[in-house]
Structures are given as structure tokens and as C-alpha cells.
Design a protein around this ligand. Structure first.
Ligand SMILES: NC(=O)c1ccc[n+]([C@@H]2O[C@H](COP(=O)([O-])OP(=O)(O)OC[C@H]3O[C@@H](n4cnc5c(N)ncnc54)[C@H](OP(=O)(O)O)[C@@H]3O)[C@@H](O)[C@H]2O)c1
Length: 254
């Protein structure tokens, strides 16, 4: 049976690279994001390798998720793999200076959007007693950094929710994995800095970050493991990235 793979946030970065990777496997691909033009261009590139369904999806809007699900062609309904990848960081300001609407957008996308897609797709998997959900977390969910505040919080949620799903799915042949990449060069920093390419480029200056293809390879691999093997959490960083020590201020008044 041909595997049906649904990737959210397939118009860019990890999602786009994962689409290319699964296309090599001749999966039936469902590619979703808000930028339908980019999805269509990707689908036409991949259509010689596999069957692709593209659809506009805004995970922050329940009606968009509902329309997306009800419009799935019958032969794409039996989703075997959901890659909950759509997500973003906005800003790097300290908590007392942020634009509150940026926090709301991150919560709406990274938490509530992932929940909406999971709630929509999981019943299909439970009914068939088969499937795999791969959630894209982040090292930011484990290791706080200045300005990571709510972004890190949303990804900590993704980690904990992934574990909770596993607990709920005890006895079912449904796998749940949380992949937590560190610094990766995609459109992520351009989005975070709202189109400031110079600032985005500086993030990667002098480094060899993970590429979208590196992460796609990992997404593919955890799914390709035999069905009795559940990778719970996989944290990955580029070799040039490690943790910093605990920060100590030597100038504050005691
Ligand atoms: N790059 C990194 O350093 C890094 C590290 C760890 C984790 N991550 C996580 O990896 C995931 C993918 O990010 P990326 O690095 O590949 O960044 P990216 O290149 O900016 O891709 C983000 C994708 O998410 C989609 N998206 C954003 N908001 C959406 C919404 N409301 N509804 C549907 N789709 C939406 C975007 O598509 P549209 O704009 O077309 O909707 C795009 O396809 C995110 O969850 C991110 O938090 C990234």
C-alpha cells in the first residue's frame, strides 16, 4: 500500500525538503501551507515522482482546518504519517518589550495549530489502528535563550504534548515522535526578523548550520524504522552549536 504523508508547512524549509524526500519513496503526498502558489510549484516539480495533493491551510483557523480535511480526496484520506511542521518564531526581544500579538501568533500556530491538526487526523489513525505523528519541536523547548521566551515555551509544549499522546495511545499501533532541531538555515530567521535579511543572515554567519535536507532526512528515518520502533524524542544540533553556561550578571546592584 502506498503511504499517505501529510506535511504542514510544506511551502518552505523542513516541510519542503521533507516533501522532496518522501516523493523519492513514491508516497502519496498532501502538502499544506498558506502559500498555495509555492505548494503548486513544488507539486509540479514532484509530480513525475509521486501523486501530490496540495491545499491551502492556515493552522491558526479552525474553519481552514475543517475545510482542508473535508476537501481531502477520498484516496488521500487514510493518512499514515502526519508531519506537524508548520510553525514560526517572531521577534527576539526580552519579555517586557515584546509585541504581545507576536506571542499570540506563536501560540496560535505552534500550539493551537498543531493541536487542531492532531485532533483532525488522529481519529483516522485510531480507526485504522495505524499511523505516525511527527511533531517538530525545537532545542528552544529544552534550552532557554534570551528572547526565546514564548517561542521556547511553545516548543516545550510540543515536547510534553507528544509524550502525552504516546500515553493516550497505549496499546495502539500509532507512533508519536518529537524532533527537536537546533540552528537550521531555512526561512525561519527571515520570518523571525520580519523580512530583515541582513539580521537573518547574521544568525548563520561563520557557522555550518543544519540544512532543511538534514532535518528532512531525520524525519524520513524515524518514520522508516520498523513499526514496533518508536523514537520518542530526537534532539539534533549542528556540530558547531552547544549549550552556553549559566549566565551571571557581574554588574547588577546587589
Ligand atoms: N529553522 C530552525 O532553526 C528551526 C529549529 C527548530 C525548529 N524549527 C521549527 O521547524 C518548523 C519549520 O520551520 P522552518 O525552519 O522550516 O521555517 P520556514 O522555512 O519559515 O517554514 C515554516 C513553514 O510553516 C508554514 N506556516 C507558518 N505559519 C503557518 C500557518 N498559520 N498555517 C500553515 N502553515 C504555516 C510556512 O508556510 P506559509 O507561510 O506558506 O503558511 C512554512 O511552510 C517550525 O515549526 C519551526 O518552529 C525550526
Amino acid at each position: 500500500m502506498t503511504k499517505v504523508v501529510l506535511i504542514t508547512g510544506a511551502s518552505s524549509g523542513f516541510g519542503e525538503a521533507a516533501a522532496r524526500k518522501f516523493a523519492q519513496d513514491k508516497c502519496k503526498l498532501i502538502l499544506a501551507a498558506r502559500s498555495l502558489d509555492k505548494l503548486r510549484a513544488l507539486a509540479s516539480e514532484l509530480s513525475s515522482q509521486c501523486v501530490v495533493h496540495v491545499a491551502a491551510l492556515d493552522v491558526t483557523k479552525q474553519e481552514s482546518v475543517d475545510t482542508f480535511m473535508t476537501s481531502l480526496p477520498a484516496d488521500f484520506r487514510n493518512i499514515d504519517l502526519l508531519v506537524n511542521n508548520a510553525g514560526l518564531a517572531l521577534g527576539l526581544e526580552p519579555a517586557h518589550l515584546v509585541d504581545f500579538s507576536d506571542w499570540e501568533t506563536m501560540v496560535d500556530t505552534n500550539i493551537k495549530g498543531l493541536l487542531r491538526m492532531t485532533r483532525a487526523v488522529l481519529p483516522i489513525m485510531v480507526e485504522r489502528n495505524t499511523g505516525h505523528i511527527i511533531n517538530i519541536g525545537s532545542t528552544a523547548g529544552n534550552w532557554p535563550y534570551p528572547g526565546g521566551n514564548t517561542y521556547g515555551g511553545t516548543k516545550a509544549f510540543v515536547q510534553n504534548f507528544s509524550r502525552g499522546l504516546r500515553a493516550d495511545l497505549l496499546g495502539k499501533r500509532i507512533r508519536v515522535t518529537c524532533i527537536e532541531p537546533g540552528m537550521s538555515e531555512t526561512n525561519f530567521s527571515n520570518v523571525r526578523f520580519k523580512g530583515d535579511d541582513t539580521r537573518a543572515d547574521k544568525v548563520y554567519e561563520g557557522t555550518k548550520p543544519l540544512s532543511a535536507e538534514d532535518v528532512a532526512e531525520i524525519i524520513y528515518w524515524v518514520n522508516a524504522m520498523p513499526a514496533h520502533v518508536n523514537v520518542n524524542t530526537l534532539e539534533v544540533m549542528p556540530t558547531c552549536q552547544t549549550w552556553s553556561g549559566l549566565a551571571v550578571s557581574r554588574t547588577m546592584e546587589q
